[in-house]
Ligand binder design. Structure first.
Ligand code: NAI
Length: 335
């Protein structure tokens, strides 16, 4: 099948091309992300392959349908950027990669937490200038601290295990469903408000839904423990960034590590180093010494990219051959 691969970066081309040897699709790599203006680039394609920040609202979906596109293949797990109700109504199936490597994201989460806590990012830039002074680099042990994991699905469960068994944290968890194995290990499920109030470390691993939008807001940050360490490798919209900046300015927050950002669609996945970034909120975030930001990188391992490519291309082959779509998401299925 001819497939328009929007927002294709060097690593997408490499891993999709390698995996495509087993499928033989006609992959049409496009630098541009998918939006209303770029949708016509999918003309003559049976499927579009898109990523987290491509915007698939009703208008874009209608355009794709009119062009003859018959499948939306997300090369990611999250699908909050797709109007699923509109896709269902148009008869446009949407497939995703439900699990490619939860280890990639959970390991990156722990890496961010350790770097933030022990100020590795600051030490790295100091030593490059032969500054070996340790003042200002005092961290805290993870051992014995209370870590709250919001969302104990595939990624959150691995993070909870690492924090509990690996580092000796007391782990609190909040989820709509409780994981019996985690409970048996000693992870304690508590209401979300309790977790956010009683944790020294909070790490977010739930999807972005109306219920989780801005789950970290001004009230939560006011009630949180002084010196809170906050890590978000899930979705930017889980945090009210304005409220976070105010809390950081008050000195209430110990540190924040973000791999995702509410308005990241206008920033991430490209080199803007020679441009003037217009997002003042994001620029303010970068000025805090205790804020560490990466550009939606948690998934980026060889293992994850191979798995993403294989699952995505297999779903496209299933659609082409009229087979059931195991990785389909519909508005009904997430309700
Ligand atoms: P998952 O579906 O296995 O787990 C999500 C968990 O969140 C489930 O246990 C679900 O019950 C829970 N949940 C749903 N609503 C909740 C709520 N209101 N409160 C608390 N828990 C709630 O998903 P997985 O694979 O663990 O991914 C988690 C998130 O990580 C994804 O939603 C995605 O946004 C993000 N992600 C980020 C990546 C990155 O590169 N930064 C890569 C992959 C995923």
């Amino acid at each position: 099948m001819r497939v328009a691969v929007f927002g294709a970066r060097s690593y997408d081309r490499k891993f999709l091309t390698a995996a495509n040897a087993a499928f033989g699709h006609d992959l049409h790599f496009l630098e541009a992300g998918l939006n209303a203006d770029t949708a016509p680039l999918a003309a003559d394609c049976g499927a579009v392959c898109v990523f987290v920040n491509d915007r698939l609202d009703r208008g874009v979906l209608e355009r794709l349908k009119a062009l003859g596109v018959g499948l939306i293949a997300l090369r990611c797990a999250g699908f909050n950027n797709v109007d699923l109700a509109a896709a269902d109504a148009l008869g446009l199936p949407v497939v995703r990669v439900p699990a490619y490597s939860p280890h990639a994201v959970s390991e990156f989460t722990i890496a961010l937490l350790l770097a933030l806590d022990r100020k590795i990012h600051r030490a790295w830039s100091r030593t490059r200038e032969n500054n070996f002074a340790l003042d200002g680099l005092v961290g805290r042990n993870l051992h014995g601290r209370v870590a709250g994991v919001v969302g104990t699905g595939k990624i959150g469960a691995l993070v909870a295990r690492a924090l509990h068994a690996g580092f000796g944290c007391e782990v609190l968890a909040s989820d709509l469903v409780e994981d019996a194995e985690l409970k048996a290990l000693g992870v304690r499920y508590v209401p979300r408000e309790t977790l956010l109030r009683e944790s020294d470390i909070v790490t977010l691993h739930c999807p972005l839904t109306p219920d989780t939008h801005h789950l970290i807001d001004a009230a939560v940050l006011k009630a949180a423990r002084p010196g809170l360490m906050l890590v978000n490798t899930s979705r930017g919209g889980l945090i009210d960034t304005g409220a976070l900046i105010e809390a950081l300015k008050r000195g209430n927050v110990g540190g924040v590590a973000l791999d995702v950002y509410e308005q990241e669609a206008d920033l991430f996945f490209r080199d803007l180093s020679g441009t003037i970034v217009q997002d003042d909120v994001f620029q303010r975030l970068l000025t805090f010494p205790n804020v560490l930001v990466t550009g939606h990188q948690a998934f980026l391992t060889e293992e994850a990219l191979s798995a993403i490519a294989e699952t995505t291309l297999a779903s496209i082959a299933d659609a082409e051959n009229g087979r059931p779509l195991a990785n389909r998401v519909t508005a009904e299925r997430i309700r």
